[in-house]
Design a protein around this ligand. Structure first.
Ligand SMILES: [Fe+2]
Length: 339
């Protein structure tokens, strides 16, 4: 039997990787295209979620979780009208990613006008609310229990001096009945005030809300070969890592098995597609240990996308399951077996 090995050239290189982009790997040439499974039996499977399908047009703007794991929740939110309450998450730091729409985001530390492509880091226990809605806002929120920071690596991915900003002070003296809904491990508890508990005069300090736009991130290209995507956001424990995944000059990623991280790819926008992903806000989730490839990044028509890697073992919520489609892991299209 051993004499048969090597007679037929292996067509595909399968790469087994440890520690995400940072660890050791072993490459195995093999004839079969590893991502190409024909069907599954069981629950542990790659899925796609079109988050716009979650919401009726007049839905209340409370976040809806689609994926959840130890220390992380991925949620979707639609804001069609100004929120009449603020949210203070005392469990996790949050990254709000604006899929579409525009609005004013008011926080404990000031306000900012947000739009397509904005990543807003809201530290744990900082209150926020979307008001001044222009086009309805569709947002994805990754709530991670580690302390998140804008931490580009390599530094060329994002110019933090020019392209990262903080909210500007606002103070609304209008008396009224204001609600802050505290999200905690036991659920939610609402606090009520006769004054606006958000905003203020001129915050000073380093622990603030920070924002950058995906269009400010630089796609790291190389003339020959391929390189990993650039990191945008990190947490102190290395459990949740955010990468820029937009089109660029780089070889197609290897067929690989990520042993230590679940991967979530979010298609941000075109004009081009990222493989089988064409609708902004589509989430492509590959659980750890499942072979996948990923689309060609060096494309004629550019696109924007990003990647979240987490050590947590994610699973779908009921809402997530309601819009989930089985996904093939070559180019992240809907799997042929998902009718
Ligand atoms: Fe991967």
């Amino acid at each position: 039997m051993g004499g048969d090995l090597g007679r037929k050239p292996a067509a595909h290189l399968y790469s087994y990787t440890r520690e995400g982009f940072a660890g050791a790997r072993t490459n195995v040439p093999r004839a079969g295209y590893s991502p190409s499974y024909t069907r599954i039996e069981g629950e542990y499977a790659p899925r796609r979620f079109d988050i716009a399908e979650l919401f009726p047009p007049d839905a209340r703007s409370f976040p809806v979780a689609i994926l959840r794991g130890d220390g992380i929740v991925l949620e979707a939110t639609r804001h069609a009208a100004a929120m009449d309450f603020a949210i203070r998450n005392v469990v996790a730091d949050e990254v709000h990613y604006v899929v579409s729409g525009n609005a004013r985001l008011e926080t404990d530390f000031g306000a900012m006008d947000v739009r397509y492509g904005d990543f807003v880091l809201v530290p744990r226990a900082v209150a926020w609310r979307y008001v001044g809605i222009g086009d309805p806002v569709l947002a994805l929120t990754a709530a991670c229990e580690g302390a998140l920071a804008v931490a580009p690596d390599p530094s060329a991915v994002l110019n933090t001096a020019l392209d990262v900003d903080e909210p500007v002070p606002f103070a609304d003296a209008t008396p009224g009945d204001y609600e802050v809904l505290v999200r905690h491990r036991g659920g939610t508890t609402s606090y009520f005030y006769k004054f606006d508990p958000l905003g203020g005069q001129a915050p000073r300090g380093a622990a603030s809300v920070r924002r950058f736009n995906i269009e400010s991130a630089k796609g790291l290209g190389v003339a020959f070969g391929g390189i990993p995507p650039g990191r945008l956001i990190d947490d102190a424990a290395g459990r949740c890592l955010f990468y820029h995944l937009s089109s660029r000059r780089s070889d197609r990623p290897p067929i690989h098995c990520n042993a230590d991280y679940d991967e979530i790819i979010v298609y941000a926008g075109g004009p081009g597609a990222y493989g089988g992903l064409t609708v902004p806000g589509t989430v492509a989730w590959t659980p750890k240990g499942i072979a996948h490839h990923g689309a060609e990044e060096d494309v004629a028509v550019p696109y924007q996308a990003w990647l979240l890697e987490t050590r947590a073992d994610l699973s779908m919520t009921e809402a997530g399951r309601s819009v989930a489609r089985l996904m093939e892991t070559g180019e992240y299209a809907i799997h042929p077996s998902d009718g």
